[in-house]
Design a binder for this molecule. Structure first.
Ligand code: PLP
Length: 355
């Protein structure tokens, strides 16, 4: 018998400890469903969603500490990072462009380098798992068009020394890009005291569909420079609008609307509360694992990594826990909003049973 409607549960977050995404906030979900048939890729025709997109960009500017920002809601962090590399390549008049990133940069930079035909120079991290500034300095030269730092690394949640990276980029007349796709919504509540304005950052990725609790797809590409948006823009003859700076053409209005809804609701107090809860849960988990003899990488944002045996890792997965590992083989637990203390306690109980 053919089933004509999709009746199964789309996603159960109960045991998901590996994802950088989370259950959308109820208001985000509601807004997304109302804007399914809208396309911010053609803002002159789809005016309402286009206005909402301007609001999200302005609000993301507030989150990142800058009142005068431009940008758009992308399909995700991958697209925003590709656009940062594209803008840097096209803005600078260099024959053989290179981009310098720390080793923990997201794999989207490898895609960017590949499709845009730029050389990607990856440099090592320090023992504290952040970009090694001396190594970045040694890797930059006159052909460097972009130096990127990560603010909330995918594997360990670490934040690179962004102001220092920005100085190095400025010294070779390159752009500075910050990939805050995951960490961006929590940085305002941490000790990291840089922001978009005073660290001279040219472009920034911050994804509402991660810690912002919006619906997928809602990535964020921000810049403080109209010239950068102009560099990205192409003419769009068959649309009512005349130019487009985005990488994709037709885009999801659902992602945009959901991002507005959740930002109106949660910025700043709701995000601060969530950060405090998740951070304290991450610290609890780090202690619980450490007390059981596992080597734990101390969390600086709500993400815990710990060395566990291959056997235990596989047995946990067989019990239904959705888990992933770092390149070094550690188990990583991302304390997203759906990852409650209760869920973590039940995870630790499973570990106790299996050991
Ligand atoms: N940048 C960082 C730091 C990430 O953690 C991720 C994904 O987890 C990305 C970029 C890519 O984002 P997306 O999967 O939304 O394209």
């Amino acid at each position: 018998m053919t089933t004509r409607t999709v009746t199964c549960e789309p996603q159960n977050f109960r045991r998901v400890l590996s994802s950088m995404c989370t259950e959308p906030h109820p208001l985000a979900r509601q807004a997304a469903s109302r804007f399914l048939a809208t396309n911010p890729g053609d803002p002159t025709t789809y005016r309402t969603v286009s206005k909402l997109e301007s609001e999200v960009v302005e609000r993301l500017g507030e989150v990142t500490g800058q009142s005068d920002v431009e940008g758009y809601i992308a399909s995700g962090g991958t697209e925003a990072n590709i656009q940062a590399v594209r803008a840097a390549r096209d803005f600078h008049d260099v024959n053989d462009p290179n981009v310098v990133v720390p080793e923990h940069a997201h794999f989207s930079f490898h895609k960017a380098a590949d499709v845009l035909d730029v050389e990607l120079r990856t440099v090592p991290l320090t023992e504290r798992l952040v970009a090694d500034v001396d190594a970045v300095a040694a890797a930059t030269d006159r052909d460097t068009v972009l130096v990127a730092g990560v603010a909330g690394s995918t594997e360990y949640g670490r934040v690179d020394p962004i102001p220092k990276l920005a100085d190095l980029a400025a010294a070779v007349d390159a752009f500075t890009h910050v990939d805050a796709a995951w960490g961006g919504f929590y940085l305002p509540f941490t000790e990291y005291d840089w922001n978009f304005a005073d660290a001279a950052v040219d472009t920034l990725t911050i994804d509402p569909h991660k810690l912002g609790q919006a619906a997928v797809p809602a990535g964020g590409f921000l810049t403080q420079s109209r010239k950068i948006m102009d560099t990205l823009a192409v003419e769009t003859p068959y649309l009512e609008s005349t130019s487009q700076a985005t990488l994709t053409g037709t885009r999801s209005g659902a992602g945009v609307a959901s991002a507005v809804a959740v930002l109106r609701e949660l910025w700043p107090d709701g995000y601060r509360e969530q950060f405090e809860t998740s951070m304290s849960d991450a610290e609890w988990l780090a202690d619980a694992l450490s007390n059981r003899g596992f080597d734990v990488v101390e969390p600086t944002l709500p993400l815990v990594a710990a060395s566990v045996s291959e056997r235990l890792f596989e047995r946990l997965r067989k019990r239904g826990w959705r888990l992933s590992r770092t390149a070094n083989g550690e188990l990583r637990i991302v304390c997203m909003p759906h990852v409650t203390r209760e869920l973590l306690e039940s995870f630790v109980e499973t570990i106790d049973e299996l050991r």
